[in-house]
Design a protein around this ligand. Structure first.
Ligand SMILES: [Zn+2]
Length: 241
């Protein structure tokens, strides 16, 4: 990957940084219950995890996200849990570069990198907690999803500090980023997101759709109906810049 591509990834991540500390909206059960989300569908999410993330941690995360997805008649399937022995880089843009270099292949519909906790992370957390206490602003990034295809994300899967747990948790982060992986943006309520998920599930019935692939409906209305179309979209982005 050339320098321009790396620069592009850095810029993309920077934009995501600004957008990540918000909400995907409060639930509106009265509205959600009136929507027909169609037949049951499986979304297959592959995890790449650092070595301090245990099977038990992953199981807890999958269960929490599954409970949320069940609201839309979606079942989370976790076919791959691949350990990453060395983090591709300290900053998330390096990890995204690693994820972008990876083609989306069967059986994965989405790929999530579970970031662990190293000494450098502890130092960053300490600084961010001080910042939070003195300014009330949270600059620590708990999770991110790329906006080009919504197929790849990173979450911090290990917190131990009480202040952090008070603010958020790995489960909450995964559920939040999970909505971005479905293509939902930030909003005050989930009303728009419900409609987005309904449309996404409807699209799955279209002819030409790659069998078994949980598709992607981007913010600008593009429908990615196969892993190949997701990979092409990413390749085109790098070639354009
Ligand atoms: Zn977000």
């Amino acid at each position: 990957m050339n320098i321009k591509s790396i620069f592009f990834v850095k810029i993309s991540i920077l934009l995501l940084l600004f957008s990540s500390c918000s909400t995907v909206g409060f639930h509106r059960p009265s509205i959600r219950n009136q929507i027909d989300f169609g037949e049951s569908a499986a979304m297959k999410v592959c995890f790449f995890h650092e070595k301090d993330i245990s099977k038990k941690d992953i199981h807890k995360l999958v269960s929490a996200w599954n409970r949320e997805l069940n609201l839309y008649n979606i079942t989370l399937v976790n076919p791959v849990n691949a350990p990453v022995y060395e983090r591709p880089g300290f900053y998330n843009n390096r990890i995204f570069l690693y994820l972008f270099n990876m083609k989306l292949t069967d059986p994965c519909d989405r790929v999530v990198y579970l970031r662990g906790r190293k000494f450098k992370d502890l130092f960053t957390e300490f600084i961010s907690i001080l910042f939070l206490l003195f300014t009330g602003l949270k600059f620590e990034i708990h999770g991110m999803v790329e906006t080009a295809t919504h197929s790849r994300g990173i979450i911090k899967a290990k917190y131990v500090n009480l202040i952090q747990l008070f603010v958020t948790s790995p489960k909450k982060t995964l559920i939040h980023e999970g909505y971005h992986l479905l293509g939902c943006g930030h909003s005050l309520t989930k009303t728009k997101c419900y409609d987005h998920i309904r449309k996404l599930k409807q699209k799955m019935k279209q002819t030409g759709h790659e069998e078994g692939f949980f598709p992607i409906l981007t913010n600008d209305g593009r429908y990615l109906d196969s892993r190949e179309s997701v990979n092409k979209t990413i390749l085109n982005l790098f070639n354009e810049r």
